[in-house]
Design a protein around this ligand. Structure first.
Ligand SMILES: Nc1nc2c(ncn2[C@@H]2O[C@H](COP(=O)(O)OP(=O)(O)OP(=O)(O)O)[C@@H](O)[C@H]2O)c(=O)[nH]1
Length: 233
């Protein structure tokens, strides 16, 4: 079982990405800010036959409220099996809180992680600017050989894009990490992000002597979907 953690600023789409990978669908609207790892607090108020308020504290659940039901829940900690070269690779995926005030809680989990998916939002410059700070933190708290993948999420939002794809590529090159743009909404590259991580982890664990070393950058380049509409302003 390999631990994979989703990290990045609040609102970049970590939970949405996990839901897309797990359920193959996009559920619009903000999930509750995940409080640390392992539990979620949600306070929501909506108007539905009058004013209805809901306060929710859940353990190992991502809670969100909809107009029809409260809560509609998804697992926060997701176990997924990815088949890589006929080998089943188990990923235990943790969704973390992006908010600064919960950072100390997530640090504790870095050291047990084999892989980190680091997200920014292509429509949000500060989430991109903060990637360097996230990487500093990762290098401080995570294992030295942790697999890191940089993801520019919300690639479907072409008209609101403020970070060009080549800026993401450049940042990734500077830090020698693989990169791709994803969309939790359309599903573009979501499965690939997790599969590439699973492949890298599997190859590190089971390296046959005559087998060439797995090149994650090359694999991603050959597999990723680039929507020409969204590359530049
Ligand atoms: N258009 C579009 N919207 C997205 C995408 N991913 C997430 N969103 C929206 O962005 C908002 C934030 O998404 P979340 O998944 O809650 O973000 P998060 O990173 O888990 O946020 P925290 O739990 O606060 O750390 C929601 O309104 C989502 O519907 C995407 O790929 N495309």
């Amino acid at each position: 079982m390999w631990q994979t953690i989703l990290v990045g600023d609040s609102g970049v789409g970590k939970t949405s990405l996990l839901v897309q990978f797990d359920q193959g669908k996009f559920i619009p609207g903000s999930f509750s800010a995940t409080v640390g790892i392992g539990f979620t607090v949600r306070v929501c108020v909506w108007v539905c036959m009058g004013v209805c308020a809901c306060v929710q504290i859940q353990i190992n659940q991502i809670g969100r409220c909809s107009a029809h039901s409260c809560p509609l829940s998804f697992p926060l900690l997701q176990n997924k099996v990815v088949t890589v070269d006929n080998v089943k690779v188990k990923l235990q995926i943790w969704d973390t809180a992006g908010q600064e005030r919960f950072r100390s809680v997530t640090h504790a989990y870095y050291r047990d992680a084999q892989a980190l998916l680091l997200l920014y939002d292509i429509t949000n410059k500060s989430s991109f600017d903060n990637i360097r700070a996230w990487l500093t933190e990762i290098h401080e708290y995570a294992q030295q050989d942790v697999v890191i993948m940089l993801l520019g999420n919300k690639a479907d939002m072409a008209s609101e894009r403020v970070i060009r794809r080549d800026e993401g590529e450049k940042l990734a090159r500077e830090h020698s990490v693989p990169f791709m743009e994803t969309s939790a909404k359309t599903g573009v590259n979501v499965e690939l992000a997790f599969t590439a991580v699973a492949k890298e982890l599997k190859h590190r664990a089971v390296q046959h002597p005559n087998e060439p070393k797995f090149q994650i950058h090359e694999y991603i380049e050959s597999q990723k979907e680039k929507s020409s509409c969204c590359s530049y302003f």
